[in-house]
Design a protein around this ligand. Structure first.
Ligand code: NDP
Length: 272
């Protein structure tokens, strides 16, 4: 059987670990896949997606800066994609129409569960108010966090995000503002959904953000502890871990959507 055609659309994409992850899932499940990296600037994104699916593409991941633009290319949306206003997975239906899904949130929840982090009933701080942060807030709200406070340097960005996610989760307690609002919050879980760690930076965290013995997760993954994870450890975090597990888990979810086969992410967690 011919290999299933998959791809990642982004700009840039050269750094991506997704081809290696999906190759491992393919070997594990016995499903042959051909996972290509497609680097395309925003102006060319819709045409590149159309060309890929016209040439027998089955499914694709979408990363920065195309996750919002991908919404407009989809005939239908999964619930998480609709609530977050972002698509990270495109699936071609038998009739050729595209379905947009967002697997980032479920990937995070699976990773938190793997690490032994309980979300239900806990107080969660989310750093950042861009696309990844939306998926985080959507996921922890759906998982029953007691309250969620979002912080970002851009007041308009955080206000828009809180407004949208309150509407999507009417039963959840979601607030947001500048970083100073996290002071003395004593949060049980702090998720860094900023890209600060990519540049070796730490978001401007005030004192008292993390409860003693709380947990911390940085969505960025790296070979060495990020500045945020070093901060969390110095604050007495019980668990402090990066986004590698989330990356693997969201990829497993995408692979299952495309192929109907659910790979086991566990071996990938150890192979970095
Ligand atoms: P964006 O580039 O869209 O957003 C960047 C965010 O980081 C903004 O909220 C920005 O805040 C904030 N930021 C950047 N630098 C700093 C800083 N020094 N201090 C405080 N805030 C800062 O990225 P995404 O939302 O798409 O992704 C965020 C990160 O999550 C990326 O690094 C990405 O690699 C990672 N990610 C990991 C995944 C995984 O599976 N592990 C999945 C998805 C994303 P401001 O508005 O204040 O500028």
């Amino acid at each position: 059987m011919a290999a299933l055609r998959l791809a990642l659309f982004g700009h840039p994409v050269g750094h991506s670990r997704s081809p290696a992850i999906h190759a491992a899932f393919a070997a594990q499940t016995g499903v042959a896949v051909d996972y290509a990296l497609i680097d395309v600037a925003p102006a060319g994104f819709p045409a590149a997606v159309a060309a890929f699916f016209a040439a027998d593409g089955l499914g694709a991941n979408v990363t920065l800066p195309h996750k919002q633009a991908a919404l407009d290319l989809c005939a239908t949306l999964g619930d998480a994609a609709r609530r977050c206003g972002a698509v990270n997975t495109l699936v071609r239906a038998p009739d050729g129409a595209l379905r947009g899904e967002n697997t980032d949130g479920v990937g995070l929840l699976r990773d938190l569960a793997f690490e032994g982090v309980v979300v239900a009933g806990r107080r969660v701080a989310v750093l950042g108010a861009a696309g990844a942060a939306r998926a985080v807030v959507d996921a922890v709200a759906g998982a029953g966090a007691a309250d969620i406070v979002v912080a970002d340097r851009d007041p308009a960005r955080v206000a828009a995000m809180v407004h949208a996610l309150r509407a999507a989760h009417p039963g959840a307690w979601i607030a947001g503002g500048p970083y100073a609002e996290l002071a003395d919050g004593g949060f049980d879980l702090v998720v860094n959904a900023t890209s600060a760690s990519l540049r070796g930076e730490l978001p401007p965290l005030p004192a008292g953000v993390l409860a003693r013995g709380g947990d911390a997760c940085d969505l960025v993954y790296a070979d060495a502890p990020t500045p945020f994870l070093e901060w969390a450890t110095s604050m007495g975090a019980t668990r402090a871990f990066d986004g590698w597990g989330m990356l693997v888990e969201q990829a497993a979810e995408s692979f299952a959507l495309w192929t109907g086969r659910r790979p086991d992410p566990a071996p990938l967690r150890r192979r970095r």
